[in-house]
Design a protein. Structure first.
Length: 128
C-alpha cells in the first residue's frame, strides 16, 4: 500500500491506472472524467481514432489544440493557460505545450512504474 492517503486524488489516480493494467492490454489510456466526457460530446470520431491507434512509444501525452482547449468551460481554460505557459518556459520548450491535458497513453511498463513510484496524495500526481 502506498504511504499516501487512501482518500486523496493521487490514490484515486493510481487506482484508475491499476484498473487500466487489469485490462490486459499493452497500453493504458488515462483520461480524467471531465475531459473524456467533453471529448465524447464534442469530438467523438477523434477519440475513436485515438483508441484504435497503435503506438510505437512508451508514453504519449495527448495535448489539446488551442481551439479544442478553448472549447472547454472558461474557468478551466483561463486557469490552465498560465500554468502551461510557465511550465513550457521553465522546461525550455520551443513552443507552448499543454501539460494539463489530463490524458495520456502509456505502456503497461510505464504505468507500473508510475504506480510504484508515485506517493503524491493530491493533484500533484501529474507533476510526479
Amino acid at each position: 500500500m502506498h504511504k499516501a492517503r487512501e482518500n486523496g486524488r493521487g490514490y484515486v489516480y493510481r487506482k484508475a491506472l491499476e484498473a487500466g493494467l487489469s485490462s490486459g492490454g499493452e497500453y493504458v489510456h488515462y483520461c480524467d472524467l471531465d475531459r473524456i466526457l467533453h471529448w465524447i460530446s464534442r469530438y467523438p470520431s477523434e477519440l475513436s481514432k485515438i483508441l484504435q491507434k497503435r503506438f510505437d512509444c512508451e508514453c504519449l501525452i495527448l495535448e489539446r489544440t488551442t481551439g479544442v482547449h478553448r472549447s472547454h468551460h472558461a474557468p478551466l481554460y483561463y486557469s490552465e493557460v498560465p500554468v502551461n505557459r510557465v511550465l513550457s518556459y521553465l522546461l525550455h520548450m520551443d513552443q507552448y505545450r499543454d501539460f494539463l491535458s489530463a490524458s495520456f497513453v502509456a505502456s503497461k511498463d510505464v504505468v507500473r512504474t508510475i504506480i510504484d513510484l508515485s506517493t503524491e496524495p493530491g493533484s500533484g500526481f501529474y507533476g510526479e
